[in-house]
Design a protein around this ligand. Structure first.
Ligand SMILES: N[C@H](CCC[C@H](N)C(=O)O)C(=O)O
Length: 266
């Protein structure tokens, strides 16, 4: 039997497993089975906390479709709560410094990558105003914050068909590693409303890296400057980034319950 914690960041939910003492062999199939909301435990992402010789802990991230990915902002904020102290975390996207703050955490998410080949895109282009379109969507921005994001700034999010546009863009061959699709609306001064169709997980109640990427895109487009509140369906994050600097993300982290499972059954 193995223990796990159910946690979430603004409703983006996780099964978190402490793999520091176990030899649990995680495969894409097993991750997908655990994440299944009907036949498994259920989550948007599965998180494995392991040992690291470069940091306090390591973190592996699996989407509910089983794909292993580089970054998850909301899960990163849950690690200090899970481990019980501030931590330096080794991820596929590099080392992240996560510090507990009341009710959540503040995380240095590192510097965004803005070059077309770092997103990655299939061919060279301007990433601030990409010369591409899908249906009547405006030219988007592309940003990598450890994982790939494309951001559309719209006048109004009401009535947008996220379930149709999300997968259409996620799987477009322009994005060789697929992409997280961000639909943003400027809601006021340094305030953005955001809905994210996540690569490998679909619509979620919040996306931390999406909030980071969207705030970076807004600053680059001169639609925001300084600490920006990003309002997602599950709640608000505060993202602070100035060109050339690191992205600071601050927001809630919640522990829901602990459980036990026989991992051999997945
Ligand atoms: N779907 C993302 C991973 C989870 C990101 C999201 N849950 C967050 O809080 O950043 C990807 O495939 O890159």
């Amino acid at each position: 039997m193995g223990r796990f914690s159910k946690m979430h960041g603004l409703g983006n939910d996780f099964v978190v497993i402490d793999a520091r003492e176990s030899t649990l062999d995680m495969t894409e199939a097993r991750a997908m089975a655990i994440a299944d909301r009907h036949a498994g435990i259920g989550c948007d992402q599965l998180i494995l906390i392991g040992n690291s010789d470069r940091a306090d802990v390591s973190m592996r991230i699996f989407n509910s479709d089983g794909s292993e990915v580089e970054a998850c902002g909301n899960a990163t904020r849950c690690v200090p709560l899970f481990v019980g102290r501030d931590v330096l975390i080794e991820t596929k996207a590099g080392l992240l410094d996560a510090k507990a703050v009341d009710g959540g955490a503040s995380v240095d998410m590192g510097q965004p990558r803005l070059e077309w080949d770092a997103i990655p895109l299939a061919y060279a282009m301007d990433t601030l105003t990409m010369p591409v379109s899908w249906e009547d969507l405006p030219a988007p921005v592309a940003v990598n914050v450890g994982n790939p994001h494309v951001i559309f700034f719209l006048d109004d999010l009401d009535g947008v068909n996220f379930d149709r546009l999300g997968p259409l863009i996620e799987h477009d061959p322009l994005f060789p590693a697929r992409v997280n699709v961000n639909f943003a609306q400027i809601a006021g001064n340094n305030h953005i409303r955001l809905v994210v169709w996540e690569r490998g997980a679909g619509l979620t109640r919040a996306c931390g890296t999406g909030a980071c990427a969207t705030a970076v895109a807004a600053v680059r487009r001169k639609l925001a400057s300084g600490p920006t509140t990003v309002s997602l369906p599950g709640g608000d994050l505060v993202i602070d980034w100035t060109p050339g600097g690191h992205i600071m993300m601050t927001g809630p982290a919640t522990h829901v319950f602990d459980g036990e499972a026989d991992w051999a059954r997945f």
